[in-house]
Design a protein around this ligand. Structure first.
Ligand code: 5GP
Ligand code: ZN
Length: 115
């Protein structure tokens, strides 16, 4: 899998659009959500383009995304307090950017419910 030249998250994750990467490894990157829904709202994305979680993401890329979650959570002090990860897939879930991304939400009590 490769980059998609029309994809904003490909550009952000690979530095083609300058952004403050909160963490990166060889295969994944983390940056702040532009429209935060919690005191901490970070997106973790693979550097290669995959549309969603069922787009054949290789195991090493998934592992790299989890590594990024681990680093961001600890760096933001969420590891003890707890946090939420969400991956929206498709229209019914409200996915608006078709480059797979994991939301990390924390820094407050997130409550219970559907999620
Ligand atoms: P989705 O609804 O697809 O799960 O989430 C997409 C998320 O991407 C939204 O929370 C939205 O605020 C965020 N987002 C969309 N465009 C950009 C952007 O250009 N930069 C950043 N940092 N976040 C974005
Ligand atoms: Zn992409």
């Amino acid at each position: 899998m490769a980059k998609d030249n029309d994809c904003i998250f490909c550009k952000l994750a690979n530095g083609d659009i300058p952004t403050n990467l909160l963490y990166e490894n060889d295969l994944a990157a983390a940056f702040a959500d532009a429209n935060p829904q919690a005191p901490v709202h970070v997106l973790v994305v693979p550097k290669d383009h995959y549309a969603n979680i069922i787009d054949g993401i290789p195991a090493d890329v998934l592992a790299a995304m989890v590594d990024a979650v681990d680093h961001v959570a600890r760096e933001r002090g969420l590891d003890k307090a707890g946090f939420r990860t969400i991956m929206n897939t498709g229209e019914a879930a409200g996915q608006t950017v078709n480059h797979v991304h994991m939301h990390i939400l924390g820094g407050t009590s997130l409550g219970e419910g559907l999620l």
